[in-house]
Design a protein around this ligand. Structure first.
Ligand code: GLV
Length: 294
């Protein structure tokens, strides 16, 4: 079946990186509607946009819930998300309706791993504090113990979401660095809580590159404020964006980034191409390069 063979509407919830955008333009879809902005679409415009669509290409900031699915209607065949995470999609409802889901795993692993290392070093070597001292005149002299941190060399890095499964308490107790890289599911929601932080070493650094909801942020705040753990680096928070007056932002030993794990030009372009290929395969009823199996 050629995509132009019959009237077909696709809704794209944001401007996407150029390579994906170009592929979409060449695909011959009769009606592509797109939210032509780098800023998120409002709920109202999302509902208007998806009406009658056969395909939706969305981002992790778009909540695709029952209301959106009902509004799209029974023609909807495929939802392609420009993300590896699928926690913004009402998967049960999507499955019930027989809609297929495409996502973008693997292609962002390297970029995200690089950011995890950047956060590990930034937090453990206290870079933001150092940068600030240079700017505010706090740098008066070289001092033997000033701005000392913890070293990566010979340390144990425990990664939640990779490799061998070990009990969480054990991972917390044995690691010098804990990196959260697992998917957000009902099982992992708020998994890093008071009990978890109490098990961690006082010298340990906590890094989250997964989803904010894996962490109980109030418990993390207490652990950092009371020096129960040394530092934290977060690329993800709840909510996103984090309000600028959030207590975590008042702590010197907490570094927060605005969810940029996969943000390299190359990776985002590859993700956009993959998302468009998943969308097109879903519309044609063909195997997708990366289908999220429901
Ligand atoms: C990033 O967080 C993603 O899910 O792609």
């Amino acid at each position: 079946m050629r995509l132009t063979a019959r009237l077909m509407k696709v809704f794209v919830t944001r401007r996407i990186p150029p390579e994906g955008q170009a592929l979409l333009a060449q695909a011959g879809i009769s009606n592509v509607e797109q939210w032509e902005s780098d800023e998120p679409i409002s709920r109202e415009d999302l509902l208007k946009g998806v009406f009658g669509a056969q395909g939706i290409l969305c981002l992790l900031s778009d909540k695709i819930d029952k209301k959106v699915l009902d509004t799209a209607g029974s023609n909807l065949k495929v939802i392609s998300t420009l993300s590896v995470g699928v926690d913004h999609l009402a998967l049960d409802e999507i499955k019930k309706r027989g809609i297929r889901v495409g996502y973008t795993p693997d292609v962002l692993t390297d970029a995200t791993a690089e950011l995890a290392v950047a956060l590990l070093l930034t937090t453990s070597r206290r870079l933001p504090e150092g940068i600030e001292e240079v700017k505010n005149g706090g740098w008066t002299s070289w001092k033997p113990l000033w701005l000392c941190g913890h070293q990566l060399l010979n340390s144990t890095v425990g990664i939640i979401g990779l490799g061998r499964i070990v009990p969480l308490d054990q991972l917390a107790a044995q690691s010098d660095f804990v990196v959260v890289a697992c998917a957000l599911t009902p099982e992992t929601k708020l998994m890093c809580n008071k009990n978890f932080f109490q098990k961690m070493k006082k010298t340990a650094v906590f890094v989250n590159i997964s989803r904010g909801d894996v962490v109980n942020q109030e418990d993390l705040y207490q652990a950092l404020a009371n020096d129960q753990i040394a530092a934290a680096g977060l690329d993800v928070t709840t909510p996103e964006p984090l309000p600028t007056n959030h207590p975590l932002l008042s702590l010197k030993n907490c570094v927060i980034l605005p969810h940029i794990g996969s943000a390299t030009y190359g990776t985002r372009n590859i993700m956009s191409v993959l998302a468009v290929k998943n969308l097109l395969a879903g519309l044609k009823g063909e195997p997708m390069p990366n289908e999220f199996k429901l």
